[in-house]
Design a protein around this ligand. Structure first.
Ligand code: CU
Length: 120
């Protein structure tokens, strides 16, 4: 009986520990072009559970620090897609993408030759 009780206690504490909210840092590839994209992506992640979010216009990598007790990484992908930007795990709806300004169209336009600082 005592052994059973200890086993149960161990199991309960393991489950409790497993669900403990932890701060996770993730690197997510987000498709986009310019400073306007950066502002849009970071604004989309200005919400509860996300501590910091910073998108690099050069590498197209988003560094995000979030609370895994409040949201999942997939939800972060979905928030970005809702703002009009594709990730490798979530795709923006065509009608959302179509509303982006020209400089932000990353799917069918190659902006790599544009040197203007705001449109890299
Ligand atoms: Cu843009």
């Amino acid at each position: 009986m005592k052994t059973v009780l200890i086993s149960i206690l161990t199991l309960v504490s393991l489950v409790a520990f497993g669900q403990k909210a932890t701060t996770i840092k993730a690197e997510i590839k987000v498709y986009g072009n310019c400073g306007t994209c950066k502002a849009r992506i970071e604004k989309a992640l200005d919400r509860t559970g996300i501590k910091t979010a910073s998108w690099n216009t050069e590498t197209k990598m988003l560094s995000v620090v979030y609370n895994s007790g409040k949201l999942t990484e997939q939800q972060i992908h979905n928030f970005i897609a809702e703002a009009g930007h594709d990730t490798d795990k979530a795709k923006a709806k065509d009608e959302t993408y179509a509303k982006l300004p020209y400089c932000c169209l990353y799917r069918d336009h190659d902006h790599s030759g544009i040197i203007d600082g705001d449109h890299r």
